[in-house]
Design a protein around this ligand. Structure first.
Ligand SMILES: Cc1cc2nc3c(=O)[nH]c(=O)nc-3n(C[C@H](O)[C@H](O)[C@H](O)COP(=O)(O)O)c2cc1C
Length: 319
């Protein structure tokens, strides 16, 4: 495993954990969070900071969700099936009081097994579905509903994945009306993952999305886009609180979570760090990762003067 998951070693390796094209978007995601600095302010009393929050009816120990990773055999070799990976991920997330999004892939088993695992823990997980054609989506939404999940997501940007090109069933762009149909079919809070512009965010809101994820899929769907850190604030401003705003891409420590919240995100997703944690140390690895992140977030809150998540303010960071 790399000491820091910053996109450098995996470069443009897909299949594998890398990014598309020249492969620099994952690197930029990581680097841009590091350009945001936190403003230390230790005068005035605050108690032991609380990192707790709530999202889609899930109580979270901190504003963090494990990001979806699908088709793990294709990307990481034979060690785990998707079912085995998700079992470890979801157990680790339950133990650490956060929630995981699960992934989807060209093999229907990827999402079927994810929904089975979520069902086995009474809905403690959020399935993510690829932007398939409506008939395939109807089948997948039935799986989501049966899983008992309290919300579901679509990585609407997945059409750009090299290994989804020209496949049957097809996956591709969605209109606002198609998204509305999906929201109606599922009857659950809908998270649109893969938003990189204010206009796109507003279209997701008008389709009835309960949340968006500012995400470029870790650089895997379009080469040479900006990092998510660079576009987060303009998107937060555009949606004006009409939906929850989540963000992923290169966030790697509790300070990065602090920065994203200060810039207006409601919570963050981390994907590759959970893969590394599980391949190193099974579900215990998830617990260790979340413990470290919580400690780092609490430390940042203490040193910058926030006693709970709502008190983390824009004035606490600078570029
Ligand atoms: C191997 C791999 C598989 C992924 N599979 C999915 C998926 O099935 N669905 C999805 O929405 N995102 C998927 N992603 C994207 C991640 O959820 C996330 O958006 C991206 O990796 C950026 O976050 P990170 O920098 O913390 O890894 C995948 C990423 C990787 C590296």
């Amino acid at each position: 495993m790399c000491p820091v998951c910053n996109g450098k070693a995996c470069g443009n390796t897909i299949p594998g954990p890398g990014a598309k094209g020249v492969g620099d978007v994952a690197i930029r995601n990581y680097d841009k969070w590091k350009e945001v600095r936190v403003n230390m302010d230790v005068i005035g009393e605050i108690g032991e900071p609380s990192t707790e929050t709530e999202l889609f009816g899930y109580k979270l120990a901190l504003p963090l969700l494990a990001g979806p990773v699908g088709a793990v055999k294709m990307h990481y070799g034979d060690r785990y099936t998707d079912e085995e990976y998700n079992q470890r991920l979801i157990k680790g997330c339950i133990d650490s009081k956060i929630v995981a999004l699960t992934g989807d892939g060209t093999d229907p088993l990827v999402m079927e097994s994810a929904c089975q695992v979520i069902k086995s823990v009474s809905g403690h997980g959020i399935p993510t579905v690829k932007p398939w054609d409506i008939n395939t989506l109807k089948e997948k939404i039935a799986l989501v509903k049966a899983s008992g999940a309290k919300a579901f997501a679509m990585d609407i940007d997945a059409a750009g994945l090299p290994f989804l090109k020209g496949r049957i069933p097809p996956a591709g762009r969605k209109t606002v009306d198609q998204l509305k149909e999906i929201v109606d079919l599922a009857g659950l809070p809908f998270i649109v993952k893969g938003i990189m512009t204010p206009d796109s965010a507003l279209r997701a809101v008008s389709a009835g999305a309960s949340a968006i994820v500012v995400s470029n899929h870790g650089g895997r769907v379009l080469d040479q886009c900006p990092s998510t850190c660079e576009v987060l604030e303009e998107i937060v401003q555009a949606v004006e609180g009409k939906c929850k705003v989540l963000v992923d891409g290169g966030l790697r420590d509790g300070l990065d979570i602090f920065k994203a919240i200060a810039m207006g995100a409601d919570a963050v997703l981390m994907a590759r760090p959970f893969v590394n944690a599980i391949y190193q140390n099974e579900s215990e690895g998830v617990l260790m990762l979340v413990e470290r992140l919580t400690g780092e977030l609490k430390d940042a809150m203490t040193m910058c003067g926030a006693s709970d998540i709502k008190e983390i303010k824009r004035s606490m960071v600078r570029f």
